[in-house]
Design a binder for this molecule. Structure first.
Ligand code: NDP
Length: 234
């Protein structure tokens, strides 16, 4: 069945891979982008997810274009790494707002229609950093851990309405986000990765496809690691 999908930050990296794989499943896929030209083939809405008005307008446009959002993939995210003692307050706040608060805002916009339809899939892009911790990422890890508590609580709230809420927790994935990390940090991460290589956006998208699909109808409040073994046990 073709569903109405919204992927935030779907213009590049993991979000674009998710958008492509869900479009290949036959869904109607809308993406948000913040800057530049969006990739072709999707209904694309310019949206800074830290702006509530942008989110409201985006959800409205998507609803008009392809119907109420039935599958949300909240993916947009940033890093501003720094040891806590040197971190500017704004760098903590910006990461929390983009990675966590924006996910809450977009959820509030799409959930009422899901409740009405008695069907919905909410999928959040967290990170292994949120569970295992990472030096220089007190802001990022906090935002990603918050998503897990949020998703698990919401899963209980909306489960009776046939809405599932799940989290994907990637390890080191080859995208723009990690292009600039130091060789030392990359080596440290890969050293703790059982498969001893970074993952691809497509490998993360495959987990999202599962969670969005019929085969995951009894999976909720879950956290799926796509880490190559990094942070095993979490
Ligand atoms: P990229 O840096 O490649 O892409 C980030 C995406 O988020 C872009 O589409 C970007 O839009 C969007 N975005 C950022 N800030 C905003 C904003 N304020 N408003 C709207 N869109 C915004 O990163 P990845 O693809 O690697 O990351 C995707 C998700 O996966 C993130 O949540 C990230 O934390 C998570 N993740 C990534 C890992 C990795 O190793 N790569 C590991 C674990 C989790 P624009 O192009 O317009 O800037």
């Amino acid at each position: 069945m073709s569903r109405s999908v919204l992927v935030t930050g779907g213009n590049r990296g993991i979000g674009l891979a998710v958008a492509r794989v869900l479009a290949a499943e036959g869904h109607k896929v809308a993406i948000t982008y913040r800057q530049g030209e969006p990739p072709p083939g999707f209904f694309a809405v310019r949206c800074d997810v830290t702006r509530t008005d942008d989110i409201k307008a985006a959800v409205e446009q998507v609803t008009i274009q392809q119907g109420p959002v039935e599958i949300l993939v909240s993916n947009a995210g940033i890093t501003r790494d720094q040891l806590l003692i040197g971190m500017a307050e704004d760098d903590f706040r910006a990461v929390m707002e983009t990675n966590f608060q924006a996910a809450v805002t977009v959820t509030r916009e799409v959930v009422p229609a899901m409740i009405k339809a008695r069907w919905g899939r909410l999928i959040y892009m967290s990170s292994m950093s949120g569970m295992a911790g990472a030096p220089g990422q007190t802001n990022y890890a906090s935002s990603k851990a918050a998503l897990i508590g949020f998703a698990r609580s919401l899963a209980i709230e909306v489960g009776r309405r046939n809405i599932t809420v799940n989290v994907v927790s990637p390890g080191l994935i080859e995208t723009d986000m990690v292009r600039d990390i130091t060789d030392t940090r990359r080596a440290q991460a890969l050293d703790r990765t059982a498969l001893a290589r970074p993952g691809t956006p497509q490998e993360v998208a495959a987990a999202v496809r599962f969670l969005a699909g019929d085969d995951a109808s009894y999976v909720t409040a879950g956290v799926i690691p796509v880490t190559g073994g990094l942070g095993a046990g979490h």
